[in-house]
Ligand binder design. Structure first.
Ligand SMILES: Nc1ncnc2c1ncn2[C@@H]1O[C@H](COP(=O)(O)OP(=O)(O)O)[C@@H](O)[C@H]1O
Ligand SMILES: [Mg+2]
Length: 297
C-alpha cells in the first residue's frame, strides 16, 4: 500500500499487514509531519461526493453539512463544502464572508480562487447566496445538459479534495436535480416528527426518478436529528426508521441547545462546545461516514 503524506505529498510504500491495529498515526520520514493513517490511505479515484438532502426545511441539513464537513476536516481529510441554498447559511455558520460563491463561479463573474475560500484547516467553502435564484433560471433556459451544470463546474477542482459535501435547499428545483446528478451518496437528516417521516417518503420517490438515470446514486445514510429521548413520539419514529432503513440508519443527533447557539458565533459545534452531546453525536457521524471508528481517539 502507498501512503501519501498529507503535508509534503511524498509517497511511502508500506506493508499494511505490518501496521499494528492500535497504531493510528504515522510520521513522515521526509518532512517529519505526524499524520493520521486514515487521512493518508489511498482513495480509489476522486473525492467521495455526499449530498445532504431532504425536501423539507428545518431538519438539520445545514447544521449536518457544516459539522460533517468540519469534522472530516478535523480528522485530516481535505473537504470542500458546497452550499447550493439561496439562504447561503453555511458561510454564516462558519463565520466567513467570501466575495461570492457558486452562482458567481458558474456565471463566470469570479474565479475558482475567488470563490472557493479556506474556512478552516483542510476545509474549503463554495458559498451559496441569493444569486442562486438567477442560476435556476439560467439552468432552466438551457436547451440540454442543464442538469450537469454543477458537475461541469466542479470537475476541474474536485480532485483536490477527499470529500465534497453538498448542502441543499428545501423543495425540489433545478439545483436539487443538479446536486443529484453530481453526488453519488445521499445523506438524509430526518427530524424526529411525523411530518418529516412523510417528507422522507416523498423525497425518496423523487430520488428514485433520478436514480433511473444514475445507477451510481444511492441513499447511504439516514440521520435522525432533534432526537429527544423524553418525547414518546421520538421513540415511535426511531422504531419505524429502524424497521424500514436499519442498515443505513445512523446514530441520532440529539436535540442540543449548543447546536443552535454555535452559528451566531460563527463556530462549528467542535469549536463552540467540544464536550457537548451535539459535538459527540456529530463526531460519531463523522466516524460512520469515514468508516473509521478510531478517529478522534
Ligand atoms: N440537534 C439540534 N438541536 C438543536 N437545534 C438544532 C439541531 N439541529 C439543528 N438545529 C437548529 O435548528 C435550526 C434548523 O436547522 P438547519 O440545519 O438550518 O436546517 P435545514 O438546513 O434543514 O433547514 C437551526 O437554527 C439550527 O441551529
Ligand atoms: Mg439549510
Amino acid at each position: 500500500m502507498v501512503l501519501v503524506c498529507p503535508h509534503c505529498k511524498k509517497k511511502h510504500t508500506i506493508d499494511e499487514k505490518k501496521i499494528p491495529a492500535h497504531i493510528k498515526r504515522a510520521k513522515c520520514k521526509f518532512c517529519g509531519n505526524s499524520f493520521l493513517l486514515a487521512a493518508a490511505m489511498p482513495r480509489p479515484s476522486g473525492p467521495r461526493k455526499i449530498g445532504v438532502c431532504l425536501s423539507k426545511g428545518g431538519v438539520g441539513k445545514t447544521t449536518t453539512s457544516v459539522n460533517l464537513a468540519a469534522g472530516l476536516a478535523l480528522a485530516g481529510y481535505k473537504v470542500l463544502l458546497v452550499d447550493t441554498d439561496t439562504q447561503g447559511q453555511d458561510s454564516f455558520v462558519l463565520g466567513v464572508k467570501p466575495k461570492g460563491g457558486l452562482a458567481e463561479l458558474i456565471n463566470g463573474d469570479l474565479s475558482y480562487d475567488e470563490t472557493i475560500v479556506g474556512a478552516r484547516k483542510n476545509l474549503w467553502l463554495l458559498a451559496g447566496s441569493k444569486s442562486i435564484a438567477g442560476l435556476k433560471r439560467m439552468i432552466d433556459r438551457k436547451d440540454f445538459g442543464g442538469e450537469l451544470t454543477l458537475t461541469e463546474i466542479l470537475a476541474p477542482v474536485e480532485n483536490r479534495y477527499d470529500y465534497v459535501i453538498v448542502d441543499t435547499s428545501p423543495g425540489w428545483d433545478p439545483i436539487t436535480v443538479n446536486v443529484l446528478f453530481y453526488i453519488t451518496e445521499v445523506l438524509t437528516p430526518v427530524s424526529m416528527e411525523v411530518m418529516s417521516l412523510q417528507g422522507l417518503v416523498e423525497f425518496l420517490k423523487a430520488l428514485a426518478s433520478i436514480q433511473k438515470y444514475r445507477k451510481e446514486l444511492s441513499l447511504k445514510y439516514i440521520v435522525p436529528t432533534f432526537q429527544d429521548k423524553k418525547a414518546r413520539k421520538t421513540m415511535g419514529i426511531m422504531e419505524k426508521l429502524e424497521l424500514m432503513y436499519g442498515p443505513i440508519l445512523c446514530r441520532p443527533i440529539r436535540y442540543n441547545e449548543m447546536i443552535s447557539e454555535a452559528p451566531a458565533h460563527g463556530q462549528t459545534i467542535y469549536e463552540y462546545a467540544p464536550g457537548c452531546t451535539g459535538a459527540q453525536d456529530y463526531r460519531e457521524l463523522v466516524k460512520r461516514v469515514a468508516d473509521n471508528s478510531s478517529l478522534f481517539t
